[in-house]
Design a protein around this ligand. Structure first.
Ligand SMILES: Nc1ncnc2c1ncn2[C@@H]1O[C@H](COP(=O)(O)OP(=O)(O)OP(=O)(O)O)[C@@H](O)[C@H]1O
Ligand SMILES: C[C@@](O)(CCO)CC(=O)[O-]
Ligand SMILES: [Mg+2]
Length: 433
């Protein structure tokens, strides 16, 4: 177990096809974003104190680790060779046992985040792990459809797997070929981060945390039998798609949107089953196109057409928002490409698969209109690295104090400062599983 400070980091994601239908065991396609969450873990001055400092959401909280009902919690966790075994659902008895530790949190945002932290902490760590500071910063917009919750869940699950001694040290360099990956440890982190996602929103498909753990691009399908593992097919030759992300900045909750679709399914079961079936066919067609060895103008046109259809189907499920429709109208009227909402919808982000021949003038006009409406745009590359760690000993000796400074970390002004100081591409020493 490491008592030296370390960072873990994991990426957000873009769902290209199949959000919401993914929850109903339909295939979906998603890829890792170059925006990431970072978690600093650092020994506390008082080894009995577990301290959370999550400035992005104004959360600062601490517990005395002796107040966690360790012995009772462990009675509900099955372990094999010292490794806690995953349950299908969150264990209600553990939720109940932790409720006293959460009773002084009045904001629901803080409650949910602390619940996720303590659930993973009390299962993956033991009373012997000294109290630490846990501080999170993210370059992902929160609640905007880009998997910010999954990135946090993966950071927490990986840090606690390190502290609990359940995974080997991450040791693969940034540029190394993926064949040397430690698949077993990545799977462990993936599984436990799904439990973290369940704390954030009751019924996640698992696609967001899978991408945040493994990175790259995947076709993902949750199985109908909840006990069966999800199927994840890596898409190695992910085509070079030119993508524009536009954030409406309208806040929304994934949990509420997923619950809304569930209500629709109950009320109009046959109609909504047809919509979900259409989404299934659409994701399969997109997959066939995306894995073609040759990806030319015909293939990009097909993906744009499927993008338009996918958005229409999501509108039919009731998860769009006037601001998302506005993005679509602006993009369509300047003919920049095909636009759909991404993630849970209801606000948050839209993606536009840009036309290859879009002119600079057309694009600039759209960008101006997006800005005038208060939207934020971001050009992004897809398919980056999954979860990684930056250990104390992998940072040059004379830089350690600065890199692992809690004060510097919590005070970074914006996304650019975080990326500059810690980005997995900018700072040498990051290791991956
Ligand atoms: N930087 C952060 N610091 C602390 N908590 C965060 C941070 N980013 C995300 N979260 C947690 O994740 C929640 C947002 O998750 P939610 O699933 O609603 O949106 P999302 O993950 O951004 O979008 P989607 O699930 O559609 O991809 C926040 O309410 C908070 O609990
Ligand atoms: C809306 C949803 O399909 C994607 C959220 O990013 C929910 C999920 O799959 O967990
Ligand atoms: Mg989420």
């Amino acid at each position: 177990m490491s008592t030296k400070p370390f960072f873990v980091s994991s990426p957000g994601k873009v769902i290209l096809f199949g959000e919401h239908s993914a929850v109903y065991s339909k295939p979906a396609i998603a890829a890792a974003l170059d925006l990431r969450a970072y978690l600093l873990v650092k020994p506390s001055e008082d080894p009995n104190i577990i301290r959370l400092d999550f400035p992005d959401i104004g959360l600062s909280h601490s517990w005395n680790k002796n107040d966690i009902p360790w012995t009772k919690i462990k009675e509900y966790v099955q372990a094999k060779e010292g490794k806690p075994q995953i349950s299908e659902e969150l264990i209600p008895e553990i939720i109940d046992l932790l409720s006293d530790n959460l009773s002084d949190l009045s904001s629901s945002l803080h409650y949910v985040t602390c619940h996720c932290f303590l659930y993973l902490y009390s299962i993956l760590c033991t009373a012997d792990v000294p109290g630490m500071l846990y501080s999170v910063r993210s370059t992902l917009p929160i609640g905007a459809g880009l998997g910010s919750s999954a990135a946090i869940a993966v950071c927490l699950a990986s840090a606690m797997s390190i502290l609990g001694g359940h995974v080997a040290k991450a040791s693969v360099d940034y540029d190394a070929k993926s064949t040397s990956k430690n698949h077993e440890d990545e799977e462990f982190i993936d599984k436990w981060s799904l439990m973290g996602e369940k704390c954030f929103h009751g019924n996640p498909s698992g696609i967001d945390n899978a991408v945040a753990t493994h990175g790259g691009a995947v076709m993902f399908q949750r199985m109908k039998n909840p006990a069966a593992p999800s199927v994840r097919t890596n898409m190695r030759n992910f085509p070079p798609i030119s993508l524009l992300l536009t954030n409406t900045k309208i806040p929304r909750s994934t949990a509420a949107l997923v619950a809304g679709v569930s209500a629709l399914n109950t009320k109009y079961s046959k109609t909504s089953a047809s919509i979900l079936d259409a989404m299934e066919h659409l994701a399969n067609e997109a997959y066939q196109v995306m894995v073609k060895p040759f990806f030319g103008p015909e293939e990009t046109r097909t993906l744009r057409e499927l993008t338009e259809i996918n958005h229409g189907l999501l509108v039919a499920l009731g998860v769009s928002h006037p601001s998302l429709e506005k993005i679509k109208i602006i993009g369509d009227s300047h003919r920049i490409g095909a636009t759909k909402l991404t993630g849970a919808g209801g606000g948050g982000c839209a993606i536009t698969l840009l036309n290859e021949d879009v002119s600079k003038a057309e694009l600039d006009n759209s960008l101006e209109e997006f800005e005038a409406n208060g939207f934020e745009t971001y050009r992004t590359s897809l398919g980056g690295k999954g979860v990684g760690a930056l250990y104390y000993e992998n940072v040059q000796e004379d830089k350690r104090e600065e890199v692992f400074s809690e004060i510097a970390f919590t005070k970074f002004k914006d996304r650019e400062e975080i990326i500059q100081a810690l980005g997995v591409q900018n700072v040498s020493g990051w290791k991956f599983w």
